[in-house]
Structures are given as C-alpha cells and as structure tokens.
Design a protein around this ligand. Structure first.
Ligand code: HEC
Ligand code: HEC
Length: 348
C-alpha cells in the first residue's frame, strides 16, 4: 500500500473527521433525548446497556404495575412485595407542566387532575433513566433506609434498593431487574418532552453538525429537565397547634385535592395501606385531630417522616413526603380542609 494511503487510513481510524457524520435531520419529537446526547458525544446519564427488547419492556411493565410477571421460561413467580406495587408510590408519566423548575402547588395539582394522575411520595419514573442521581437530599439519611452512595449513583442499584427496602419486597431476580430497567428505559425523555420551540429545534439540528458546539448544546438541553430531583424534609412544627405558621391563608380546594389525589390512593378501600380512612366528613374531621396529637402519632410527623421502618419489621411502611412532593402549604391546606369537614353542614 502506498505510504500516503496508509497514513491516511491510520489518521482516519483515530480521528473524528472520518467517523460517520451524525444526521440530525431525522430528529423528531419522539427521538430519545439519550440518543441526541450520544450524537453530541455525551454519554447520557445512564450508560447504554439497558437496550430494551419489546418482550422485556412488557414484562417490566407488568412488574411495575402488578408486582408479578411470568419468567422468560413461562414459570410463575411470587409477587415482588406482599405490600406494594411500584405504582402505589411512583407515577410513570410526566408530573408537572414545567419539568426543569419547581412549579406552584395549584398548577401542579391542576396538572395531576387534568391527566388523572396522583400525588405520590416517590418521584415519577418517567425520565428516570435520564437522571444521574437517586434518593437525593434527605432521603440519604432517612432512618431505617440510609441508601449507600452507590445506590444513589446507579439506577440499577436504586431499583434494587427501592424494591427491597422501601417496597419491603423480596430480592429481584436478574431477569426481573433487567425487565424493570427495560421498562424504565421506555419511559425515557424524548425531544418532544423538553418543550423546545420550533426555532430551538431547528437551531439544535444545525448546530449539532458542528462538533465545536456540542458541549454547549448538551448544556442547553440539560436545562430542560432535571438530572436529579431534590428531597428535603424540613422541620415539623414544634407547636403543632400553630402548624407551619405560613403567611398565606390556607387553600381548602388544594387540601381536598391532596386528600383525593394522595391519601385516598393508599388509604381508600383498595389502597396499599392496611389503614382505611372513611371518606366521610365526620371521620375526616376526626382524623384532623391527629395534627395536634403529641409524639409519633402526630400527623405532621407522619406525613413528613412516614411511619417507622425497621429492616426486620414485616409490615407496610408509609415513606413520608419531602417538601418537594407535598409542600408545607399543601399540608396546611389539607389540615384546614379536613378541619372544615367537621363544621360544614351535612349534604342535603
Ligand atoms: C412505598 C412506596 C414505594 C414503593 C412501593 C416503591 N418506591 Fe421507589 N421510591 C420511593 C420513595 C419515597 C423514593 C425516594 C424519592 C425518590 O427518589 O423518588 C423512591 C425512589 C425510587 C427511585 C429513585 C428515583 C429518584 O429520582 O431518586 C427509583 C428508580 C425507584 N424508587 C424505583 C422503584 C421501583 C422500580 C419500584 C417497584 C419495584 C418502587 N420504586 C417501589 C417509594 C416507593
Ligand atoms: C403510598 C401510599 C400512601 C400514601 C400516598 C399515603 N399513605 Fe398514609 N400510610 C401508608 C402506609 C403503608 C401506612 C402504614 C400503616 C399500614 O398500612 O399498616 C400509612 C400510615 C398512615 C397513618 C398512620 C396510621 C395509624 O393508624 O396510625 C396516617 C395517619 C396516615 N398514613 C395518613 C396519611 C395521609 C393524611 C395521607 C395523605 C396526605 C397519606 N397517609 C398518604 C401509605 C400511604
């Protein structure tokens, strides 16, 4: 082989100029974000490797929604948990109108209501494969859990941890774990989820052709969703009668929504909790008295920090809600609405 050609091949093998050009012209609203990031020379939050085949995705969906699926060889399996399925605590859809920034309570609740979604203690599983960190903030030190650093940096380990410690289930078999990850990958963000304007999409497609602009593009895309979701427990009121002492007046309409979209999901007749709340004014007002109860019975305490969990205690546990999931104001709204139930006239 002539020297110049050999030199050319040598250089070509190692340099980007000769690698196949990316073709952004085919990007549409349904193109996975992770694929775009990879084209922009970014590895994405999770390394590829959960390449989902449709059969696995289906099994994963069954496991997440019903807690059981038959193994690839057709044999039956016991439920993942005697108490919970994943969707008792996690949505699988986008849960707020703006997914890059916090939104106010009323807008969030309206979004959930409009889409027939729920207000749950775990973060949505939609877009979870595009996150780089899990069990963030105060979850890291929740008594009885204390997820290790490795759990908080690796989706596979986060799933394993949640299924056993939080959902109080049995260990996942390898195929179950892979199926769940495959299903989660099917919930990944797509370009259309990032709320880019038509203009922004066309700029993205043009700029992607220029490798010098790739890292800036990655940075811009990453302002449109969150790489990790924070979790803060805050402080429960030291004077339960006075509550959080917020400056704004409570909003009973939001309180009623929290009751319906959250509490009743687990405490209704078919809910995951063994404790059933009757959805009747008298019983609701009675339950409201727990807001001023002392000690571990106190409702502020239970809502924020959940019910106590011991690794060896065989029972369901309420995980508790961070402020990001159930704000201080939402708790006050709930309390106000619940207390009101005792005073409003009975329905005609
Ligand atoms: C009893 C409620 C509950 C159940 C059941 C449950 N989870 Fe969780 N999960 C949580 C809470 C609370 C967190 C911590 C907040 C968060 O990070 O979403 C969490 C965190 C996670 C995370 C990390 C998400 C993140 O953004 O930090 C993943 C992934 C996860 N759970 C997957 C699962 C899967 C899969 C199942 C079913 C096998 C499951 N969970 C069942 C409550 C639950
Ligand atoms: C993800 C499911 C889930 C959601 C949502 C949920 N809880 Fe719970 N809750 C539980 C579980 C599980 C327990 C533990 C008791 C049991 O089921 O054995 C519990 C326990 C409680 C207890 C203690 C019960 C007792 O007898 O002392 C109270 C009070 C409570 N929840 C109130 C609420 C309120 C109010 C809401 C709405 C803001 C709510 N919970 C939302 C699952 C949930």
């Amino acid at each position: 082989m002539p020297l110049p050609l050999r030199l050319f091949l040598l250089v070509c093998a190692g340099l980007t100029g000769c690698t196949p050009r990316i073709d952004p012209s085919g990007w549409t609203a349904s193109t996975p974000l992770a694929e775009v990031l990879r084209a922009l020379s970014h590895s994405g939050a999770q390394p590829p490797g959960f390449a989902p085949d449709p059969d696995q995705v289906l099994r994963g969906h069954e496991l997440v929604f019903t807690g059981r699926a038959s193994a690839p060889d057709g044999s039956a399996r016991s439920p993942l948990s005697a108490y919970f399925v994943c969707v008792d605590c996690h949505l699988t859809a986008r849960e707020q109108p703006d997914q890059a920034h916090p939104v106010d309570d009323a807008a969030r609740l309206a979004w959930l209501e409009r889409d027939h979604l729920l207000l749950l203690p775990g973060n949505t599983l939609a877009g979870v494969t595009d996150r780089a960190a899990f069990f963030q903030g105060d979850w890291a030190s929740r008594p009885g859990w204390e997820p290790a650093a490795g759990v908080r940096a690796d989706l596979r380990r986060a799933v394993r941890f949640c299924a056993t410690r939080v959902a109080r289930g049995r260990p996942l078999e390898d195929w179950e774990e892979s199926a769940i990850l495959a299903y989660l990958t099917s919930l990944q963000w797509r370009l259309g989820d990032l709320d880019l304007t038509a203009n922004e999409v066309s700029t993205l497609k043009t700029a992607a052709l220029d490798p010098a602009r790739h890292s800036a593009l990655v940075g811009q895309l990453q302002t449109r969703y969150r790489l990790a979701l924070p979790g803060t427990f805050g402080k429960v009121p030291t004077d339960p009668a006075g509550g959080f002492g917020l400056p704004s007046a409570p909003n009973p309409q939001n309180g009623a929504r929290v009751w319906r979209l959250s509490c009743l999901h687990c405490h209704g007749p078919d809910g995951a909790s063994a404790t059933h709340f009757k959805d009747r004014p008298k019983d609701i007002a009675e339950l409201a008295r727990r807001f001023t109860a002392p000690g571990p019975e106190n409702l502020y305490q239970i809502l924020r920090h959940g019910t106590p969990s011991h690794p060896d205690r065989g029972s369901a546990v309420m995980p508790g809600f961070t402020r990001e999931r159930l704000s201080d104001a939402m708790i006050e709204d709930l309390r106000f609405w619940m207390e009101q139930q005792g005073t409003s006239p009975p329905p005609p």
